[in-house]
Design a protein around this ligand. Structure first.
Ligand code: NAD
Length: 420
């Protein structure tokens, strides 16, 4: 086949898929219980072998929730677009980009109707596209707010990448805009939908090895090109803290279900390093939770990649993940004493695509009209905590936060579909 005919075939496939999709009604209206009955496959292994869990329950592509992706950068291209292949309830139906050639190329690869490609100027026309149920915002941090507001005005549900934005005032406006429009706002905290992390959380909550007293978390990597938006204060809001330190904050809150009473931080940037003229390189930070648990954490843009956390309990055990926070290759680790033996174990659950889990959760919430597990309020709370951390670094003292009682107060109901 010549290159020309390959392109022609893919254009034809894309236009067929889009013609089929355009003839279907919107979310929720077509989902019937029989769509969710798993197709059974005969068992192959002895009951003593690891159980892979139930087979997937796909629904027909035309009945899936349609996503518009805003921002076709590294995360969208390398992770989110491929993740649709593992989704059960979600499909990509529109692309939004400042680069028409890139958008056209990706539209051909993923069967998106060329008529459903938008740029940042004509984005508001998306309100007239009934195929788009959810807008997924994957832009530099300070651009999230504008596109959340525009998406809500266009009558679309919203999934927004972390960090939610660059300050708590904007975060509140994003929540208010979606509430006023009667639309869902979910922050893309993929860790909270990932089975290994959810298992660690169950150990924390069930006091496996006793009550947790201490959590340690590290998320560091070496930033490259000094001109990238992540090192630009106006676009990123900060340096390593909002980008990767956020994982330690959000995961500790997710594991414990509690909110910190006070936080403390020190920031540091290597003098003369061009990359850190506007944003910080490293943050060392601590916080205390109402039950007495302490978090000790570090994030940095100036050292070789390492992502891990460890939970220390008071009855002879610690557990955690190393690596943690990565897209794949997550590894749990457990250490506990039994008589004269110190056990070191690496239990594992079958790995699943974290972006597919997260998008499918959003899609099910739209299909069934239920609240999302990680709403805007969850993102706002992280913004409040990060502001307090910067304030602590500035004044050189711990900062006390508003007292928040209860467990999981900023989260929606548990994502039941992930418990199987
Ligand atoms: P990226 O730089 O690869 O992509 C950003 C996209 O935005 C690019 O396509 C760029 O062209 C576009 N853009 C539009 N206006 C721009 C401007 N003024 N300056 C720079 N770029 C502009 O970034 P990314 O890694 O895809 O990150 C996007 C968002 O996703 C960020 O909020 C980031 O924090 C988040 N993210 C989340 C995860 C996760 O695991 N959940 C991982 C990576 C990134």
């Amino acid at each position: 086949l010549s290159l020309l005919s390959v392109t022609a075939v893919s254009d034809l496939l894309a236009s067929n898929a889009s013609a089929q999709a355009h003839s279907q009604p919107g979310p929720g209206k077509t989902l019937k219980p029989q769509d969710l009955v798993p197709v059974k496959v005969p068992p192959m292994h002895h009951p003593t072998e690891k159980n892979d869990g139930p087979p997937p329950t796909p629904i027909a592509p035309v009945k899936r929730i349609g996503y518009a992706l805003v921002g076709l950068g590294k995360l969208t291209i390398a992770e989110i677009l491929p993740a649709f292949g593992s989704c059960k309830f979600s499909k990509v139906v529109a692309l939004v980009s400042g680069d028409a050639d890139k958008a056209g190329n990706l539209a051909r690869q993923y069967g998106v109707d060329p008529a459903s490609i938008y740029n940042y100027e004509n984005f508001d026309n998306i309100k007239n596209n009934p195929e788009v149920d959810v807008v997924y915002i994957v832009l530099p941090n300070s651009m999230h707010k504008e596109f959340v507001l525009r998406s809500a005005r266009a009558g679309k549900e919203v999934l927004c990448e972390k960090p939610m934005t660059t300050n708590s005032k904007d975060a509140q406006q994003m929540i208010d805009a979606c509430k006023t429009a009667g639309k869902k706002l979910m922050i893309a905290y993929r860790i909270q939908y990932e089975p290994n992390n959810r298992m660690v959380r169950s150990w924390v909550r069930d006091n496996k090895y006793g009550k947790v007293r201490l959590i340690e978390s590290t998320n560091v990597q070496n930033a490259g090109d000094a001109r990238q938006w992540r090192l630009n204060k106006a676009l990123a809001g900060g340096g390593s803290l909002p980008d990767i330190g956020l994982y330690s904050i959000n995961t500790a809150r997710f594991l414990l279900g509690e909110e910190p009473e006070w936080v403390s931080a020190t920031t540091y940037s290597t003098p003369g390093d061009d990359r850190f003229k506007e944003v910080e390189e490293t943050v060392l930070f601590q916080m205390r939770f109402p039950s007495g648990v302490l978090l000790n954490s570090s994030c940095s843009y100036g050292v070789h990649d390492s992502k891990r956390y460890r939970v220390f309990a008071d009855k002879g055990g610690w557990y955690g993940m190393d690596p943690a926070y990565t897209y794949n290759g997550l590894k749990m680790e457990v250490s506990h004493a039994e008589g004269k033996i110190e056990w070191k174990e690496n239990p594992s659950l079958t790995e699943k695509d974290q972006f597919a889990l997260e998008m499918d959760h959003m899609s099910l919430c739209v299909l069934e009209n239920k609240p999302v597990h990680t709403p805007g309020e969850e993102g706002l709370q992280d913004q409040v905590i990060m502001e307090a951390l910067y304030e602590s670094a500035r004044i050189g003292k711990p900062v006390t936060l508003r007292k928040i009682s209860g467990i999981d107060v900023f989260r929606g109901p548990e994502p039941a579909e992930l418990n199987g």
